[in-house]
Design a protein around this ligand. Structure first.
Ligand SMILES: *Cc1c(COP(=O)(O)O)cnc(C)c1O
Length: 378
């Protein structure tokens, strides 16, 4: 099955092979060397000088670690929503006793800065959360603007960068992100099962000074103590770290700059192809994601006509809509290692299944539009 979903993504053969290596003791100099390299490479991808905690667990465990480590019961937290993952962050804060004030954003669109500013000004919040790239709607939000606001009001800025770090431009330090979360199986093109949090000095202070922390395994203070000794607080998944290291080396080889550009070109090509196929994009143009594209299922067609047929007839997996978008949209993930030829395959197959289901389009025009985008890149 060919995966064009927003994670897990297909892995490079070098990454797969790296995970076939025999295990090492996790407290040995040989393993320490690999971890130290992973940290160095992660800081590059994150564009940060901050420490990065490596957690064995999916992306959500890193979200939980970030929130649980800085939040005390009764703290006010501003949570910008606008999709399933934005909501998840608010739910986690709530689970740890925060009073969550949501800034609701229409799904498929981005926030109005004045709405966020009003919520911040009217509250006694200690933190603000943002999903940088909302995977469920295919929207990228302006994290830089919220970072500025967070500084002005002295809030901790917690960002879910799970589908942006390593695929889109995430300036952790420049934008003032205090806790920047990502996961292994999305833009980093590593195996699922690892979560990461880049933690600023301000956030470390908040963590050290949190007397009523409700976390143990996910207490980031423990990760900091271990980081100082080049190790992890608990047994890491040695195998996944091998995979991560190989994946991060591939990113270094490609360069972050080229990787971001590739993702942007893929996104643009997908959008242009969709329009040429007489399809409607779900996300507003000004905030369309660079790593995943949400497309409306044309009226009269079902999810099975599109996604089911792609899977059955072409062996291609794309993602469906989540929550209220179930059956209304499908999402093409073009993150990680996706190449021009991968994208063209899905676009060509999409033309065939749409045509067969009675959607009006001229076969070839979607692919041609994508080609045009690639041809115009320098
Ligand atoms: C995938 C995803 C998550 C959840 O990650 P898991 O690894 O499934 O726990 C959270 N936020 C965003 C934006 C995601 O895309």
């Amino acid at each position: 099955m060919k995966l064009l979903i927003p994670g897990p993504v297909e892995l490079d053969s070098e990454v797969l092979l790296a995970m076939a290596k025999p295990l090492m003791g996790h407290r040995t100099p040989d393993f320490e060397e690999i971890l130290v390299e992973c940290w160095r490479l992660l800081r590059e991808v994150y564009q940060t000088r901050n420490d990065v905690a490596i957690i064995t667990g999916s992306g959500t465990s890193a979200m939980e670690a970030a929130v649980a480590s800085v939040i005390k019961e009764g703290d006010e937290v501003i949570s910008i929503t606008g999709g399933k993952f934005g909501e998840r962050m608010g739910e986690i804060a709530q689970a740890f006793g925060a009073k969550v004030r949501r800034v609701d954003v229409e799904w498929g669109n981005t926030f109005a800065l004045e709405d966020v500013e009003r919520a911040v000004a009217e509250s006694n919040a200690v933190a603000i959360t943002l999903t940088h790239n909302e995977t469920s709607t295919g929207v990228v939000h302006d994290a830089k603007a919220i970072g500025k606001l967070a500084r002005e009001y002295d809030l901790l800025f917690i960002v879910d960068g799970i589908t942006s770090v390593g695929g889109d431009d995430v300036k952790t330090d420049k934008w003032g992100i205090d806790l920047c979360i990502t996961g292994s199986q999305k833009c980093l093109a590593a195996p699922p099962g690892l979560g990461f949090v880049a933690v600023s000095e301000r956030a470390w202070e908040a963590i050290e000074n949190n007397p009523r922390k409700r976390a143990y395994y996910l207490d980031l203070a423990k990760y900091r103590k271990s980081l100082a000794k080049n190790t992890t607080p608990f047994t890491p998944s040695v195998t996944l770290i091998y995979g991560l290291y190989a994946a991060l080396k591939k990113i270094e080889e490609e360069t972050l700059e080229a990787r971001i550009k590739r993702h942007r070109t893929l996104a643009k090509a997908t959008r242009e192809a969709a329009k040429a196929m007489n399809l409607e994009l779900f996300a507003a143009q000004r905030c369309a994601s660079n790593t995943v594209t949400a497309i409306k299922i044309p009226s009269g067609l079902t999810d099975d006509d599109v996604r089911g047929a792609l899977k059955r007839e072409h062996g291609i997996l794309v993602a469906g809509g989540q929550a209220q978008l179930k059956g209304k949209i499908f999402r093409i993930g073009h993150m990680g290692n996706v190449s021009f030829s991968d994208l063209v395959q899905v676009l060509a197959a999409l033309e065939l299944v749409l045509k067969k289901a009675g959607h009006e389009l001229k076969p070839g025009e979607g692919v041609a539009a994508a080609e045009q985008v690639f041809a115009s890149q320098k």
